[in-house]
Design a protein around this ligand. Sequence first.
Ligand code: ADP
Length: 266
Amino acid sequence: ADEALNHAQRLESVGQLTGGIAHDFNNLLTVISGNLQVLEELPSLAEDPWGRHLVDAAARATRRGADLTSKLLTFSRRQLLQPSSIDVGVLLNSLADVLRRTLDQRIRIEVDVAPSCPPVQADPAQLESALLNIAINARDAMPEGGTLRFQASPCGELPGTIRDGLEAPSRQEDGYVVISIIDTGSGMPEEVKERAFEPFFTTKEAGRGTGLGLSTVYGFAKQSKGAVAIDSAPGKGTTFTLYVPRPNRSETTVTEAVPPGKDVPK
Ligand code: ADP
């Protein structure tokens, strides 16, 4: 439990630090891209291919910078989320379709959603991007192919091992949906597993990984009042467990139930 708390505290302080830097950096980028837009519209630039080239390259670099800061802001939970109620079965099946078309054909993709699985309350775009980040890592861990499996089922409370590492309030009245993403890839040694959520931590060669994928997953889970955990060992594959809160019954409008014995009005 102490270890989980230390881990959470370390990520918390890294989050505050990166959040501050990312926020200031983003403001600078806004100024740069604003000026570039003015330059782009200068009439003299139309007759100046070299100038045009320089402005285009600077604009591309600014967009890359903005993408990077946006990921860091997600990690440090400064990104505004727009939660809504999401059908987990629909989401996972449509994601699986996309992955079947885009990932390596040697990777088998399975979806298993419990028939009674309730919806979750989260930002749909962010949830999808979290699942995509996890799926892409799974692909990278299975260069010879394997199986990537998505499972979802309801769950009342967070397991103690996770709850201990979270600041209060960690209890969600209406419970969670637990989404597991299971791969049959290389797995992670202990020292990688411990640092996997840190921004810029990567074991991939330069140019292949930014080390920001899992830090955005972590930030998303925390900001959505959920949690994420890794179970992994070398040669054993990896399981990511994402706990996403269910919509609060007290906050959603309750449609009146028809009393037993009465007909449903036409
Ligand atoms: P990146 O993918 O850019 O390296 P991430 O934050 O997404 O950054 O992942 C950090 C590291 O965690 C990876 O470099 C890899 O070592 C490890 N990792 C993540 N997912 C898996 C997985 N499914 N199997 C094995 N290792 C993984």
